[in-house]
Design a protein around this ligand. Structure first.
Ligand code: SF4
Ligand code: SF4
Ligand code: SF4
Length: 327
């Protein structure tokens, strides 16, 4: 099978998750011929991808979100060339952490990164520009889009994979499913469908108990984490109940609340809304709810940490910004 991989606007961590397959990657390469993996792994050019006949690639992975015009163009090329296209990793699937940029305007982001940031030395307040003249040379940069978009906002996606990055055991299962042709219906998430709680040794249900109400909300740096008790019950707003658990509950096993990188358990349409429902139904009283808002003043950054552009709220923010109703 011919395999292509494009890193769009992400960090490269999802590429690392494939390399982390180690000897399983060697096994996979008996079945997969890598025809394109850019810009991280193979020295191929975008023009090489564009020159391939349409639908000549059996399976393509896109990791990273769509942040600029180059990402947008290349994602469209991947769609043309690949029979099956996978939005691989939570950035590609729903926008990921960079998607929280959609709570700000493009101008605010550029000003903060290139002018206001304390570590920046930029006395002339120069901002990146799509075209610049340097020593008589014309240099170009891909233009930033107004919003971060998930891949599915640009092209049709056949499968979605969560995780930031996806856990390598999960990646191994995905590769096996691809090679064997044992894939779920198109448009699905590739997941075992269980939540992080299902894998978490702290889950009260495993001890025949139910979860207590939350009496006090705590950020992860506050208090001392009990080694065994459910983090949510301790007041740490763990998103394990609503998150795909294909990572095997990595964070909660290490005493850190799940922040939701696995993505929503299908068929959830909006991760944040489901998270609000799961968390707030455990608040003991209104005082706890007020405390949660004090401790997380931008609550969207808690419940939409990995998925704002792909959420119903994210779509509304785009519409409102276009109408200049919100900044
Ligand atoms: S999902 Fe995480 S690891 Fe993958 S590209 Fe995005 S930020 Fe990087
Ligand atoms: S809420 Fe979090 S800590 Fe509690 S059982 Fe679920 S994943 Fe584990
Ligand atoms: S526990 Fe949650 S945040 Fe941590 S890796 Fe798993 S899904 Fe991601």
């Amino acid at each position: 099978m011919k395999f292509a991989y494009l890193l769009a606007g992400g960090c490269g961590g999802c590429d690392m998750a494939i390399v982390d397959l180690s000897e399983k990657l060697v096994d996979a390469l008996e079945h997969l011929e890598i025809v394109f993996w850019a810009p991280t792994v193979a020295d191929v050019k975008y023009k090489d991808l564009k020159a391939m006949p349409d639908k000549s690639v059996d399976i393509g992975f896109v990791s990273g979100m769509v942040r600029n015009k180059e990402n947008e163009e290349l994602v469209k090329v991947m769609r043309e060339k690949c029979k099956i296209l996978v939005a691989y990793g939570i950035c590609a699937a729903l926008g990921g952490i960079p998607g929280m940029a959609n709570l700000h305007t493009k101008d605010e982001l550029l000003e903060n990164a290139y002018i206001k940031c304390p570590s920046v030395d930029n006395p002339d307040n120069v901002l990146p520009s799509p075209v610049s003249e340097v020593n008589g040379y014309k240099l170009t940069l891909p233009e930033l889009l107004d919003y971060v978009k998930p891949v599915s906002a640009v092209v049709e996606v056949d499968y979605f994979v969560g995780g930031c990055p996806p856990h390598h055991d999960h990646v191994a299962k995905i590769v096996e499913a691809i090679v064997s042709g044992n894939l779920p219906p198109k448009g699905s998430w590739i997941t075992d469908g269980k939540s992080v709680c299902d894998y978490c040794p702290r889950n009260p249900a495993l001890k025949g108990k139910t979860r207590d109400f939350i009496k006090e909300v705590k950020r992860m740096h506050e208090g001392k984490v009990d080694e065994e008790e459910c983090l949510l019950q301790q007041g740490y707003l763990c998103l394990g109940p609503v998150t795909q658990g294909d990572c095997g509950a990595l964070c909660t096993k290490a005493g850190i609340r799940c922040a939701g990188c696995g993505g929503p358990i299908p068929p959830t349409k909006d991760f944040g809304l489901r998270a609000i429902s799961a968390i707030t139904s455990l608040f003991e009283n209104e005082k706890v709810a007020k405390q949660a808002l004090e401790k997380y003043p931008v609550f969207a950054k808690l419940i939409y940490r990995y998925c704002l552009p792909g959420s119903m709220l994210g779509e509304k923010i785009e519409v409102l910004k276009k109408k200049e109703i919100v900044r």
